[in-house]
Write a protein that binds this ligand. Structure first.
Ligand code: URA
Length: 424
């Protein structure tokens, strides 16, 4: 086979055969196909798309590039959630132990934050002692002990995707629905879960800015899941405003602890419970409700077991930033808009996120908002608290927040519903 033929087929709008896809993924992983050739093919895919059969073949080839994990030794069904990422999205933290408390096994491989969206591993690493890197045997031991595990994907999982995603990142080829869907689903299918719930976000703070694009991504991923024998459901959810009241690593752990203690912001609780119910139903577990697990302390009990099993101290004080800065409301009225992207960029500039994969993050940095859309605010009262280790960061975060809010006397917010649609 000739790589130029593969590139030209897609450049001219043709369909790649199964053999071409298998060959190109295998030879890119081994290094026989060069980065510049794969970049040209990625760009041709971004411009001309792939049909359902091609996306399915592409995903299967990426799964075959590495190991497929196996949880058949467990005595309970596996079920997982993947979020396409957003601002203040700490749902995995209360969700995984809540589902474990209801009888599911949650083998969750998570990522780190890049840009304005946070990463679950960065959040959990603010807990003293907690370890993201586990061997497969350690993952199994934590699952047996706590019912859920949250850790980093090992090197052996979909190595073709790791190489390809890094290349797409630097060649302007991330924003292709076939490539995003196959990238996410190859990792989730290789992770070995038998049921999967996708939280596909839309709005300013999401990857997919419009519900139409988010719906197309969700449908594509649900189809890939079904093709691979994984019971897959997607919820399309709002990311026009941030979730909860905080964005930042330790700040979000603290907020998640409030949810695990039976309180916390209403939107976090609503989404946690909705996703948890979907995860249990997809795994065939009925008669248990994650809302009860949050209320009766069993979710918190499973959280503590999971944190301890991964080396963390659930009672240790969480890190706090060295400096804070309060932003007050410029006028009185109803907060009608709080822009997710602006809040995410502000948190990132405060030190909560990273611009390059190698950058460190600050555990204590981030932002707290004291009102959510629909709330009445008073001029001069605190609207945001900014947290950073270096005060020099405040100015650039404040710039990001300049147009983040709209306050209108007797205004009514125009928001997406928190849960927009269910896609099966
Ligand atoms: N997340 C992934 O894992 N892959 C993509 O392509 C985009 C987001």
């Amino acid at each position: 086979m000739d790589v130029i033929d593969v590139i030209v087929t897609k450049r001219d709008g043709g369909e790649l055969s199964t053999a071409q896809i298998d060959w190109v993924i295998e030879n890119y992983t081994s290094g026989a196909v060069a980065d510049e050739q794969m970049s040209a093919l990625n760009m041709a895919i971004l411009l001309n798309g792939m049909d359902r059969r091609e996306i399915s073949d592409w995903t299967k080839a990426m799964i075959r590039s590495g190991e497929r994990m196996d949880w058949s030794a467990l005595d309970r069904p596996t079920t997982d959630k993947h979020s396409t990422g957003g601002v203040g999205d700490k749902i995995t933290l209360p969700l995984s132990p809540a589902v474990a408390a209801c009888g599911g096994a949650v083998p969750q491989l998570s990522g780190r934050g890049l840009g304005h969206t946070g990463g679950t591993l960065d959040k959990l690493e603010s807990i003293p002692g907690w370890r993201a890197r586990l061997s497969n045997a350690e993952m199994l031991a934590v699952l047996r002990e706590a019912g859920s595990v949250i850790c980093a994907a090992g090197e052996g999982l979909a190595p073709a995707d790791r190489k390809l995603y890094a290349l797409r990142d630097v060649t302007g080829t991330v924003e292709s629905i076939p490539l995003i869907a196959s990238s996410i689903m190859s990792k989730k299918i290789a992770e070995g879960t038998s049921a999967l719930v996708l939280d596909v976000k839309t709005g300013s703070g999401a990857f997919m800015k419009t519900p139409e694009r988010a719906r197309e991504l969700a449908r594509t991923m649900v189809e890939l899941g079904h093709d691979a024998g994984v019971d897959t459901v997607a919820l399309l959810t709002a990311m026009d405003r941030p979730l909860g009241r905080t964005a930042g690593n330790a700040l979000e752990v603290a907020e998640s602890l409030e949810v695990l203690a039976g309180g916390g912001p209403a939107d976090i609780v609503e989404l946690t419970v909705a996703l948890g119910r979907e995860m249990l139903a997809a795994a065939g577990i009925y008669g248990k409700d994650p809302a009860d697990a949050l209320r009766d302390g069993t979710a918190m009990d499973h959280w503590r077991r999971m944190i301890i099993a991964q080396g963390g101290d659930p009672d240790a004080p969480l890190p706090v930033a060295r400096e804070t800065h309060t932003v007050t409301a410029p006028a009185s009225g109803v907060l009608t808009r709080l822009d997710a992207l602006a809040v995410g960029v502000a948190a990132w500039r405060l030190g909560a996120g990273r611009a390059r994969k190698e950058d460190p993050v600050s555990a204590g940095a981030g932002i707290t908002w004291h009102a959510v859309p629909g709330d009445r605010v008073e001029a001069g009262r605190p609207l945001f608290t900014l947290h950073a280790d270096e005060p020099v960061r405040f100015e650039r975060a404040l710039q990001a927040l300049e147009d983040a809010c709209e306050i209108v006397p007797d205004g009514v917010p125009r928001l997406l519903p928190l849960i927009i649609e269910r896609i099966v």
